[in-house]
Design a protein around this ligand. Structure first.
Ligand code: MN
Length: 237
């Protein structure tokens, strides 16, 4: 049986459109899952959907409204999608409550962190110190910067015990204060948090890079994340 995996969508809210890269769909299918794009206008629909799916992918996208982590907008804060924020924060809270396997990607890692009471740098310029470039001007599949993976983590296990991993990078924000129950699974050498995971759940992982863009190229840090999600989904319920 193909396990249904929910996936949140981007929006173009002025035009009442939802949008989603095919790469996510392909990566979930390759892992043996049935991709189910999710978008709701009623809270009750989200609750029903959470009962039907076996895992949740939070896709990448623009910035979360700083209102959701108790801040006023700062210089460098980018485009905001109010409806998407509400939809995803609602879904991820329900999924966490249900102990469902969750893979948060880029914005999705930040959404996961914010849903658990953490916050983010509205722009990496706020971080201070000597920063690496985190927005590559190179094809999306191309591994761009190196991560150090923390030993004993879920990400370390998925990566076959490797402690170094080169991944792509398309973000100008990053996790700042960790949400409740989250630990750091990987960082770049400038101290930017590149992956987090929950100590309260068998599979709740947020990654700052875009594994779906690397997944078709057989590169480490790509498809195996979706494969691991599907393995967790098979053990769920
Ligand atoms: Mn990065």
């Amino acid at each position: 049986m193909m396990l249904p995996i929910g996936i949140t969508c981007g929006t173009q809210e002025g035009l009442c459109l939802m949008r989603l890269s095919w790469d996510y769909i392909k990566a979930i299918e390759r892992a043996g899952g049935l991709p189910v794009p999710l978008m709701f206008f009623q809270r009750d629909s989200a609750r029903k959907a959470i009962k039907m799916i076996r895992g949740l992918v939070l896709s990448g996208g623009g910035d979360v409204d700083p209102f959701h982590f108790g801040e006023e907008p700062r210089p460098g804060c980018g485009e905001i999608s109010p409806y998407r924020d509400e939809n995803e924060l609602g879904l991820v809270r329900l999924a966490l409550e249900a102990q469902m396997p969750i893979l948060g990607i880029c914005r999705g890692a930040q959404v996961l962190n914010i849903a658990l009471g953490g916050n983010i740098f509205q722009d990496l310029g706020m971080k201070g110190g000597e920063l690496q470039e985190h927005y590559q001007k190179a094809p999306a599949y191309l591994p761009y910067h190196q991560l150090r993976i923390n030993k004993g983590t879920l990400l370390g296990k998925i990566s076959g015990g490797e402690t170094a991993l080169r991944v792509n990078s398309f973000h100008h924000q990053a996790i700042r204060k960790l949400g409740e129950g989250l630990i750091i699974s990987a960082t770049t050498s400038d101290g930017v948090i590149e992956a987090v995971e929950s100590i309260h759940s068998p599979f709740v992982l947020g990654v700052q890079w875009h594994p779906e863009a690397m997944a078709g190229k057989n590169l480490p840090g790509g498809q195996e994340l979706f494969d691991a999600l599907l393995e967790a989904a098979a053990c769920y319920r």
